[in-house]
Design a protein. Structure first.
Ligand code: ATP
Ligand code: FE2
Length: 327
């Protein structure tokens, strides 16, 4: 069985083609570019309208397949930005009906976890999912992926991008902040904000921007931002691992490409006799391959959807998904 997955929750229009052994036959990714940083849902949706047909052709070419070879179409049903989700869903419905194959709506956060499990070979991990719009610690318990901790305000990537926008870094700012942080020498005190199992980033953003106005160096600020925010993430991840007694930690989301975050997570894991797993970069960021693979898992476990089941779900929570493909 071959599944074509369409990702379009936010900035990225992605098309992935995956077979039922989990071989990734194509994974094309097109992110909206914009110097200004802030994401305009309507603009991103227009981007996806333009790009999805182009990327579809590219993906088929990459996989050396035609539409006749596709057995299932899946798409990111949520969570995400309404106009973007509607565009991806419309594309998926049109395609599935044109080529007369079943359709499957996929939870985007669950897809990050499933592709990570598949490609890294870990079996029952705690996922630290840190992206632009999302920051969650997720683990499997009692037939569902439960959220053990999450951001109470903005996603960590959005925080880094907002800091970057206000201080003149180009978008996305995460990679630039990582570079600057390497030159940082002084750890500046920023409000460390862990509440129970949850984290918050807007206070740190405000404090960092105020310090910048008082002439703190960009290098020191980027270093301190990373050290503070990543410590928060690692702390709640460790607490979740201890709670659910799991010995694997999986990373997912664009921010986990950051080498310092990987290093801090690896040290935490090793200290507790656990192991860290990181998927390759193109499978960490938003991508269609993860949507295709999760579509296959769902289909194989017996789930079927009609067009009526494919309405988008902007606030689709990770723990609403009945994980029928795991025992
Ligand atoms: P989602 O819909 O899952 O929230 P997204 O489109 O907002 O996804 P991703 O594609 O997963 O996000 O990742 C983009 C984010 O990752 C941006 O905020 C970017 O600044 C951040 N990022 C990318 N590389 C790095 C890095 N090396 N260090 C820190 N952050 C990074
Ligand atoms: Fe994502």
């Amino acid at each position: 069985m071959i599944c074509l997955g369409i990702e379009g929750t936010a900035h990225t229009a992605g098309i992935g083609i995956v077979d039922d052994d989990g071989h990734i036959l194509a994974n094309v990714i097109k992110m909206i570019s914009g110097e200004s940083g802030g994401i305009h849902p309507r603009e991103a949706a227009n981007h996806h309208v333009q790009e999805i047909p182009i990327q579809l052709e590219k993906a088929l070419e990459e996989a050396k397949l035609t539409y006749k070879d596709i057995d299932l179409v899946s798409f990111s049903q949520g969570p995400g930005l309404g106009p973007c989700l509607r565009t991806a869903a419309t594309a998926a419905r049109s395609l599935a009906s044109a080529i007369d194959v079943p359709i499957m709506g996929v939870n985007h956060c669950v897809a990050h976890l499933e592709i990570g499990r598949k490609v890294t070979g870990c079996s029952d991990p705690t996922l630290l999912y840190a992206s632009g719009g999302n920051t969650q610690v997720i683990a499997y318990a009692g037939g569902r992926y439960r959220v053990f901790g999450e951001t109470l305000d903005i996603g960590i990537g959005n925080m880094l991008d907002k800091f970057g926008r206000e201080t003149g870094l180009q978008f996305p700012s995460g990679p630039k902040i990582e570079q600057l942080a390497k030159e940082g020498k002084r750890l500046i005190d920023l409000p460390y904000s862990v509440k129970g199992m949850d984290v918050a980033f807007s206070g740190i953003l405000t404090a960092a921007l105020q310090l910048r106005k008082k002439d703190a160096s960009m290098e020191d600020l980027c270093f301190s931002l990373q050290e503070t925010c990543f410590s928060m993430l690692v702390e709640v991840t460790e607490r979740a691992m201890a709670h659910v007694e799991k010995e694997e930690v999986l990373l997912g989301g664009g921010v986990v490409q950051n080498k310092r975050l990987q290093e801090m997570t690896r040290i935490m894991a090793e200290e507790r006799g656990a192991k860290m797993f990181v998927p390759p970069g193109r499978l960490c960021i938003d991508n269609g391959a993860m949507i295709a693979w999760t579509g296959i898992l769902m289909h194989k476990s017996g789930i079927r959807m009609t067009i009526d089941d494919t309405s988008i779900r902007q606030r689709f929570r990770t723990d609403e998904v009945d994980v029928t493909w795991r025992s």
